[in-house]
Design a binder for this molecule. Structure first.
Ligand code: SF4
Ligand code: MG
Length: 283
């Protein structure tokens, strides 16, 4: 059985020392081993940005796609090779700017795969511009007087799009992040995982220390219940999105594959995917 070391390769990441993406890489490697995957059964598709390099830094199948398009590629991959465990990974610019439409529709479609967003609230690769996740008032190279646009709220967005699995982790807590990714891989359907992954070079506000001061771990809140959708939204809003843990999970929500009864046997070309009456009865 593979260990996390089997998911390492000999490519040296060129992320800045201290970049949050190192912890995401380690968490994915550990989670893949913990759920019993082998490198030959696992594929990671990434977008463009510093985070996009992650597909080359893990010993598995990797595809470094184009900006904002990791999700369509990953969904196509899963449809073509249905036995593969597929993960898409990218940054907040990739997932919440140019790729927002894919994020929403992939969540809605609910193909069985995992999406990990490395959210550093800035564009790092292009050296520090305001991203759709930058805070209101954020001073960057593109908004030197402060951003006047409020940030996208990924957790509420994912829940309202109909996600069956929504979680948020932090690169400063590897153990929790690993657990969240494990649960995301095991979930039968589309798993949305946002990760606070600090950019130590260009974001001097949302630092590890800043997150440690502001984050509320919902796993430690005895009043919280991740199966309660309205409570999940309420808690996220109460803490202004600065929460970690599994935020919402609906194990009953049927995946795309489950709604197509002959999915696993259907040929890839000119597939006759016959939907049975009970599929529609379930809506
Ligand atoms: Fe990480 Fe920021 Fe460096 Fe990019 S610029 S590698 S996001 S620390
Ligand atoms: Mg970013």
């Amino acid at each position: 059985m593979a260990t996390f070391k089997d998911f390492r390769n000999d490519v040296k990441p060129n992320w800045c020392p201290g970049c949050g993406d190192f912890a995401v890489q380690a968490a994915i490697q550990r989670a893949a081993a913990n759920v019993g995957l082998e490198p030959e059964n696992f594929a990671i598709v990434s977008g463009i940005g510093c985070s996009g390099r992650i597909s080359g830094y893990i010993n598995a199948y990797g595809f470094h796609g184009i900006h904002g398009r990791a999700l369509p590629i990953a969904q196509g991959l899963k449809m073509a090779n249905r036995d593969l465990t597929v993960m898409a990974a990218g940054g907040d610019g990739d997932g919440f700017a140019i790729g927002t439409n894919h994020t929403i529709h992939a969540i809605r479609r609910n193909i069985d795969m995992t999406y990990v967003v490395m959210d550093n609230q800035i564009y790092g690769l292009t050296k520090g511009q305001t991203s759709p996740r930058s805070m209101f008032g954020a001073k960057t190279k593109s908004t030197p007087k402060g951003s006047i646009e409020p940030p996208i709220r990924p957790l509420e967005l994912a829940i309202s799009a109909g996600a069956g699995f929504v979680a948020q982790g932090f690169s400063g807590d590897l153990a929790q992040l690993t657990r969240i990714i494990e649960e995301g891989i095991k979930h039968k359907g589309f798993s949305f995982i946002n990760v606070f992954s600090p950019c130590v070079t260009f974001n001097k506000v949302n630092t590890y220390e800043w997150f440690k001061e502001h984050i509320v771990n919902l796993e430690e809140d005895p009043t919280f219940d991740p199966s309660n959708r309205s409570l999940a939204v309420q808690k996220v809003m109460e803490h202004d999105g600065l929460v970690t843990g599994i935020i919402y999970r609906d194990p009953e929500r049927q995946s795309y594959q489950e709604l197509v009864p002959n999915f696993s046997e259907a040929p890839l070309v000119n597939a006759e995917l016959k939907l049975s009456d009970d599929v529609f009865a379930s809506f």
